[in-house]
Design a protein around this ligand. Sequence first.
Ligand SMILES: [Zn+2]
Ligand SMILES: [Zn+2]
Length: 360
Amino acid sequence: MQGLIQEGDGEEHVRLSDNLEHAAALGPRQVRVEIMAAGVCGSDLSCVHGKYYMPTPLVPGHEAAGVVAEIGSAVTYCAVGDHVVLSTFGNCGHCPTCEGGDPGNCGFGGLRHTHTEGDQALWGFANLGAFAQETIVHENQAVPIPPEVPLASAALIGCGVMTGAGAVFNRAKIGIGDTCVVIGAGGVGLNVIQAAHLSGASQIIAVDRVASKERMATDFGATDFILVDGDDFDSVAAVQQLSGGGVDHAFEVVGSTKLLADSISMAKAGGNVCAVGVPDLTATVTYPFQALHQNKNLMGIRAGGGKPRRDFRLIADMYLKGRFKLDELVSHTAGLDGLQGAFDALKAGAEARTVLLPNG
Ligand SMILES: [Zn+2]
Ligand SMILES: [Zn+2]
């Protein structure tokens, strides 16, 4: 099969191969999935640049949807032909944490090889390795959705949508009339905005450095847009002024330690500060202590605190009822050879998502 291989740190170390195979035969609780769509997320760029400290050689890609082609003898959760969204949580499904309802906190069993090329075993990013025509995953990582949801749109549920909307629904728990700021209006930030809108926020301030993001942010529910006009622009003062002294919830979605520190100052006393974006995983954050001291809650949020079997289906159902935007997040589609173009678009910050279609 075709797939992408990352052989070192840097975009120049990713190449397309025609000779990928599955790393092992299908296990009893595994499913083989034909990957029909895989979004290119900021985390893919970070991974390729070594900021996730993944071992290489590696098959990148982690935000995907496809069709179940084969199931192991003990699989009960999916059937052949099911449309599935892949989950980045390779959780065990039976430990106290999983049974307690927090699959994202399961101390799942580490990274595994998903594919091979000749004699070379390849790691799979997020235990998925989604930039390939097929992958084999545990049935916990394949969540069936209604087949009416287009797979290019469904793919985004697995990471960008869940990361943004889950930060609101599962962690910040925005209440009717609450105010918020969302720093970064890309693929994830737009989902923070639409989830805040669905939750009844009275003011949603989007902050971005790209002027063309204003229209999309407004379409997704933002009430105000602040254009960061150069490095000296004082976003904290702008948010303080627009909100009348600070917001109930400040979401940092860019993955900048500087902006995370700023977002602490944007929250009002007693407010939430939500670290949604992911900087280099070894980064250190410094912030003015007095800003946090006013009973504010600083939250680390991984993948929207998601419960994939509940949340993926919920989002798909809301989409089918016209209550949740997904199609608008897909800016472009391309083949597996379109990864570099997608990275260039991500770096320019000009679009929501490019989705790769590994099977055409
Ligand atoms: Zn577990
Ligand atoms: Zn992602």
